[in-house]
Design a protein around this ligand. Structure first.
Ligand code: GLA
Length: 384
């Protein structure tokens, strides 16, 4: 019989079995989690201590660094109750600082690319930091992933979580306005990991926040994700040029490798000789979610590892989803589990507004003005 993870956890609770007996931690019960705890993870070159926060609730265990708000580890059970870490990362701060391809990190001020790092807003031209060929990627060379955030833990009702705060100074990485950012990571009693983003500014600016977890639902050191089954509720995607900047077109996925409207494996079409796959060295594109922008998170994608049964469902308020199939992992990084990461060993599903929106009048706007509050929510639900 295949067991659903909630059945496993609830069944254990009913039988009075500690979740540890299932490979879980004591906090992994349905009765609500304990307040997060922290320990020192490492020290930055300037002497700043970096902390690792541990949270557990509803059968999910999450470890988060104050550096970059990085998810260093996320453990969930398989259909037999066996836990593994399903997110790629490092076991030391030095590697995160020196060579992380955004493993698990909060991304800002602008997730994804801005062509040539240039845009015009209210008649004024801005040049932001260029760090990806001719373009700006994920907020520039020192984005939100490379700052220490202030962290405040909470346990409210049946939820546990962290408030992460960072204030980006006017002009940082070339962006206008003092941007005050608050990100809330919540683990719910069902073990969902929810992210709520909020930001305000004192000058008109552009904002596009996301998180860059690399998923491998079979475990972070288990090989490629090509056997994972993926469904994305999107009839269109945004094709790109050779620098991965959208052309502006909203192209139909029908009849292309980009059609994930019915679940198929990530690997099924990844070697099709399609110009867009050559540009991305695989899949590295933004899907135009059918549901559009919503005030509440709505389900948009499901990722399933058939071998373990672990399933991730993503719900979001955002209009876009960047699916990146780990194409630039090239065997030069040693992960937290002690093995080398190679191409396709993890994949990202980044909820967001579309890349290069500040230069694409036909894309949903990423402009934030004084007096407004930027809000975005994404929920990661797990099952098995
Ligand atoms: C994003 C981009 C990719 C790549 C990774 C980091 O997901 O879309 O092209 O730059 O970040 O390696």
């Amino acid at each position: 019989m295949e067991l659903n993870r909630r059945t496993v956890i609830a069944g254990a609770a009913a039988a009075g079995i500690a979740a540890t007996a299932l490979g879980g931690v004591a906090e992994a019960s349905t009765s609500g989690g304990k307040k997060p705890t922290k320990k020192v993870f490492g020290t930055l070159a300037d002497g700043t201590e970096v902390h690792l926060w541990s949270l557990a609730n509803g059968g999910t265990r999450l470890k988060v660094l104050d550096y970059g708000g990085i998810v260093q580890s996320l453990e969930i059970p398989d259909r037999r109750g066996r836990y593994t870490n399903v997110s790629l990362g490092f076991d030391n701060i030095e590697d995160y600082v020196a060579k992380s391809p955004y493993f698990g990190a909060l991304i800002g001020r602008f997730g994804n690319r801005i062509g040539k790092g240039q845009f015009t807003l209210d008649g004024k031209s801005y040049q932001v930091d260029v760090n990806d060929g001719a373009n700006s990627l994920h907020g520039g060379s020192k984005g939100f992933d490379k700052h220490v955030w202030s962290v405040e833990p909470f346990a409210k009702g049946s939820d546990v979580g962290l408030y992460l705060r960072y204030t980006s100074a006017d002009g940082e990485m070339g962006y206008p306005g003092t941007l005050k950012v608050k990100v809330t990571y919540t683990l719910t009693r069902h073990g969902d990991w929810r992210i709520d983003y909020e930001a305000t500014t004192d000058k008109a600016t552009v904002v596009n926040l996301t998180n860059h977890v690399y998923w491998n639902l079979a475990g972070e050191s288990s090989g490629t994700i090509y056997d994972h089954e993926l469904e994305i509720d999107a009839a269109r995607y945004t094709p790109v040029d050779s620098g991965l900047i959208p052309t502006g077109e909203l192209a139909r996925v029908a009849g292309t490798p980009f059609d994930f409207r019915r679940a198929k494996t990530v690997g099924e079409d990844i070697r099709v000789a399609h110009q867009q796959l050559l540009y991305g060295k695989g899949l590295d594109h933004n899907w135009v979610l059918d549901k559009g922008i919503t005030s509440r998170p709505a389900p948009v994608a499901t990722l399933r590892d058939p071998s373990s049964g672990r399933t991730l469902t993503i719900s979001t308020t955002e209009p876009g989803l960047q699916f990146y199939s780990g194409n630039f992992l090239d065997g030069t990084l040693v992960g937290s589990g002690g093995t080398v990461y190679r191409q396709g060993d993890g994949m990202c599903l980044e909820t967001q507004h579309f890349p290069d929106s500040p230069n694409k009048p036909n894309f949903p706007s990423t402009v934030l003005r004084p007096g407004q509050t930027y809000r975005s929510t994404t929920v990661h639900s797990f099952d098995c």
